[in-house]
Design a protein around this ligand. Structure first.
Ligand code: GDD
Ligand code: MN
Length: 378
């Protein structure tokens, strides 16, 4: 009799890997060896692997990971080129493992690896029925004394905002240290925003059902080697993430920002018009043209700084962008007046006609500026 054909689902007696630890890295070369050694000590009874997801760090972190992987098969490297981002790095690391349990932790030894066995035990407890366990700096028995006062303040505000938006009563929704089942991650992965720093919050807010979690205290240590990558643009990204979740994806947050900038532009316009016509005694048409150009320019600058901050134009791109923005706004203005005129002819309600015109103009400007000026393709 011929031997049975191998099937894909021929499970070994035990899985080859029970836990994967995902570690996003950017310039962490000095932390790799101590982290791997500590993981090996803490996870001795388990079959585990550690996956470093490196965004092409200039310090050569990825090459150092591969060098270690050559002598230790539990060490793996995902080396991304031309991309940055903590959250998206975590997502790709999780997607790259077959392990049924997945943990995310920082490379800089701030997260106490001795908590990992406790996390595994909590998830394994059938009575608890947990989806995710979180290493928390804010529950009894924990501490985060190694945070600077400024950092503590930012974290405090961000935590409160998160509680409001996600509606969770988590003590430390900002934590970057947690463990969950792969199957739970599979439920949420398609809804993740993947932006910025806050992967845990992203997971909690994107889940189609409330996730059952438990926070476990640990001592947040000072960073070992290297420096923190949290900067103001990460804080900005965080705000965008919260607002996106707040509006439930119904109204794109960019459009809200774009409209706010546009509203401010109206103020700029009226002030300039008043100054030119009223104060300087320019003709009305000249004043109106100058005011319009000024308002468009200030809208462009603000949108570049705020609305499209993540795709900010610079140098030559800034000039081309500004010109394209003028053209788009000019067409938007024609559409605005056309629609308003047509509505007014039929309805004779001046404010409804004016509002409809302004709305059509705003939507047009937003769609076209997104597409052409800041080139958003998705
Ligand atoms: N691949 C990749 N790409 N990794 C990154 C990137 C990136 O763009 N930015 C940061 N990392 C890695 C770092 O190398 C480190 O291993 C980990 O992500 C955390 O970055 P840190 O720069 O050490 O962040 P932190 O200590 O200031 O912030 C920590 O505390 C926050 C709460 O206060 C992190 O744990 C955050 O997740 C946490 O929210
Ligand atoms: Mn850190």
């Amino acid at each position: 009799m011929p031997p049975a054909a191998p099937t894909e689902a021929a499970p070994a007696a035990a899985p080859t890997v029970e836990l994967a630890v995902i570690v996003p890295t950017f310039n962490e070369i000095g932390n790799l060896d101590p982290l791997i050694d500590r993981l090996a000590a803490a996870l001795a009874p388990w079959r585990w692997e550690v996956i470093f997801v490196d965004d092409d760090s200039p310090d050569g972190t990825a090459a150092a990971v591969r060098a270690r992987a050559l002598i230790d098969p539990r060490v793996r490297c995902v080396h991304r080129i031309g991309r940055r981002g903590l959250a998206s790095a975590c997502i790709e690391g999780i997607q790259a493992t077959a392990a049924p349990l997945v943990a995310v932790m920082d490379a800089d030894l701030q997260h106490d690896e001795a908590l990992l066995p406790t996390m595994i035990a909590a998830l394994a407890d059938p009575d608890a029925g947990l989806d995710i366990v979180i290493g928390s700096r804010n529950v009894d028995g924990a501490n985060a004394d190694s945070l600077t006062p400024a950092r503590r303040l930012v974290t405090g505000i961000a935590t409160r905002a998160a509680r409001l938006v996600v509606g969770t009563d988590l003590a430390d929704p900002m934590s970057g240290y947690f463990m969950l089942r792969r199957s739970v991650f599979a439920e949420v992965v398609r809804g993740l925003s993947g932006r910025g720093f806050k992967i845990l919050l992203d997971i909690l807010a994107s889940a189609p059902r409330p996730l059952r979690y438990r926070e476990l205290p640990f001592q947040f240590r000072p960073r070992h080697a290297g420096e923190s990558k949290l900067d103001p643009s990460q804080i900005w990204e965080y705000g965008v993430l919260l607002l996106t979740k707040l509006f439930g994806g119904v109204v794109p947050i960019r459009f809200v920002l774009f409209s706010l900038v546009g509203g401010l532009g109206t103020v700029v316009h009226m002030v300039a018009l008043g100054l030119g016509f009223g104060l300087l005694g320019l003709s009305f048409v000249v004043s109106q043209v100058v005011a319009t150009v000024l308002a468009m320019t200030s809208n462009f600058v603000l949108n570049n700084l705020v609305t499209y901050r993540d795709r900010r134009l610079k140098g030559r791109g800034l000039v081309i962008g500004l010109l394209s923005f003028y053209v788009i706004c000019a067409i938007g203005a024609v559409a605005n007046v056309g629609i308003a005129r047509w509505m007014f002819a039929g309805l004779e309600v001046w404010w409804a006609a004016g509002l409809a015109g302004a709305l059509v103009g705003a939507v047009w400007n937003y769609a076209m500026a997104s597409l052409f000026t800041w080139r958003i393709t998705h």
